[in-house]
Design a protein. Structure first.
Ligand code: FES
Length: 281
């Protein structure tokens, strides 16, 4: 089933026939138990597809053919419908994934802050291109888009945990530690790095108890707030409820003849009408 390092672009969507091998009875029983807990969260069971895909990925390490079949059978969907969703989102892997997905942000800000150099160095060090996996099955390397952590650029993620302010050297050390099994701790977030399967189980909705560990917002995210405090800057005071609520009640009739009642501030309404009039001039 494993073919690390042999992926080709055309092979990425290929699900090997052996991935249809049935689950062992004990694995299937646990999957069914977990799936029942997931499905119970939704009024319509097909809505549970995304966490279900994470669940089967937490067992197989990717979306294997048998995982697709299990999701389809559990949720009353066709395998085509399940595959259509699984191939849409990049968090779902259609070929065996490494224990650690190392994502190098090469979006604009990280790129100019050194992300491109990190990518080039690590890609050469591991001899991997995008979405390829080391032959030991430890690391899958990805280019990733903005991780919403630009204040810590350049950023690298491992299974979507943050490694801030990286350099080519620090990232090479990071992947070497991950491959050797040395303890690795994200810059922010939990105190240990989880594996791809562990992370997938959390995304399926089964907490690992690590959510409250470590720093969430780091100093770079809070510096604007500190400057505001130093200068006693404040956001504009929101209008009070009394100012917002109008004495006047307006009834708005929609085209489909459903009627809704809405309370509209008379002054705001007048301002909007003036603005509309000006825009139309
Ligand atoms: S550009 Fe890299 S985190 Fe935003």
């Amino acid at each position: 089933m494993e073919h690390y390092g042999e992926q080709t672009a055309s092979g990425f969507l290929h699900v090997a026939p052996e991935s249809k091998e049935p689950y062992a009875p004990d694995v299937l029983a646990k999957l069914a138990e977990d799936a029942a807990a997931i499905v119970a969260r939704y009024p319509v069971k097909r809505s549970a597809l995304l966490p279900m895909l994470h669940l089967v990925q937490s067992v197989d390490g990717y979306i294997a053919g048998r995982g697709v079949t299990f999701c389809a059978d559990t949720l009353g969907l066709s395998e085509a419908e399940v595959s259509g969703v699984a191939t849409f989102y990049t968090q779902y892997k259609r070929h065996p994934n490494g224990d650690y997905t190392v994502g190098v942000c090469t979006n604009t800000l990280c790129a100019i802050m050194g992300g491109d150099q990190i990518w080039d160095t690590v890609s050469e060090h591991l001899d991997l291109g995008h979405d390829e996996t080391t032959t030991d099955g430890k690391i899958t390397l990805e280019r990733v888009e903005c991780n919403a952590a630009c204040d810590f650029a350049p950023v690298v993620m491992v299974n979507w945990e943050f490694y801030d302010n990286q350099t080519p050297e620090s990232t090479v050390a990071l992947v070497d530690d991950l491959r050797s099994g040395a303890p690795v701790k994200p810059t922010r977030g939990p105190n240990r790095q989880c594996t791809f399967k562990e992370m997938s189980r959390v995304l399926a909705g089964f907490p690992d108890g690590l959510a409250d560990e470590g720093v969430g917002a780091g100093p770079a995210s809070l510096i604007g707030l500190e400057v505001a405090h130093e200068h006693d800057w404040r956001a504009p005071r929101p209008q009070s409820a009394g100012e917002l609520m109008a004495p006047e009640h307006e009834t708005v009739t929609l085209k489909d003849e459903r009627t809704i009642k809405t309370e509209v501030a008379a002054e705001s309404l007048a301002q909007a009408r003036v603005a509309d009039t000006k825009a139309g001039e």
